[in-house]
Design a protein around this ligand. Sequence first.
Ligand SMILES: [Zn+2]
Length: 324
Amino acid sequence: MSPLALDRPSTGRTETETRNAIHNEGILLSRRPAGTGTGRRMTRDGQHLLGEGYSGNYPLLQVLFLAAEYLSVRGDAFMLTILTFAGGLIAGSFLNTCIYRLPRGESILVPPSYCPQCRHRLHPLDLIPLVGFLLLKGKCRYCRQPISRRYPLVELLMGLLTVALYYHREPGTLLSALVATGVVIVAACTDMEHGIIPDGLVLPTLFAGVVYSFFSPLTSPGSSIAGIFLGGGSLLVIAFLSGGGMGGGDIKLMAALGAWLGCRLLLMVLFFSFLLGGIGGIWLLLLKIKERRDSVAFAPYIAVADFLTLLGEKFICNYSWLFC
Ligand SMILES: [Zn+2]
């Protein structure tokens, strides 16, 4: 039975029967819109379902969501994990495009993927995340120049984080968590490679975050706006006090995260960024990798702080009165 066959009567299982099957397997049957918080459907072994509240008609996403729903009903946790990992790898591949093109002011949609060395359009096999790199043994099919290891690493990181977030977060808050994760990965890479965080990344993310806050279960429009001012404002104060020690890109990145995560989660991200940035800075000085006047990319610290917050929120809340 194909994943697509789930909702078709011709398979012998009507939607009502499918719902009954879900119910019998101990899954809450609520069809509330994504993210009302209480609409999470769980199987007995704790697997939660993708696709809750999904109402789009984008064919590829529909196939992915239906496949996830089918696997959940079957209780096939292994295949569901593989599917989530594959979705994360595809997202990671898109992040790589952003990392390469945004600092150069290029469009992320056109032209189709090409080799940065010889600019030859890539073969469809080379586009398969992770697998393409392994098949090519890390070299371009056409010019044989080495492909940056950043490509498979970003894909693998996003794949693993997608699986971790899928199992750690409420389904309704998953989109916000994935956007916040994707944007910090791109920002960390462009900051380390070029010393900039492109406006083409952070400004659209910030505005999209404000719009999404009207529908998001994680934030309200008020919390989103407060997050922007808290995130951007606190780094702006540090930039002012340190005489330019904090870049404009970092300020806008933190504001964009505030728009997607809201005030409370942003407070955790700020706390961990300063903690990790402080430890990292002292470490770099002690090992004499950096001098006191050298500028240090701060976005990687924001990225790790973001991962810690999104994955460890419940754990942190159990041990800290400050955030909860
Ligand atoms: Zn090439």
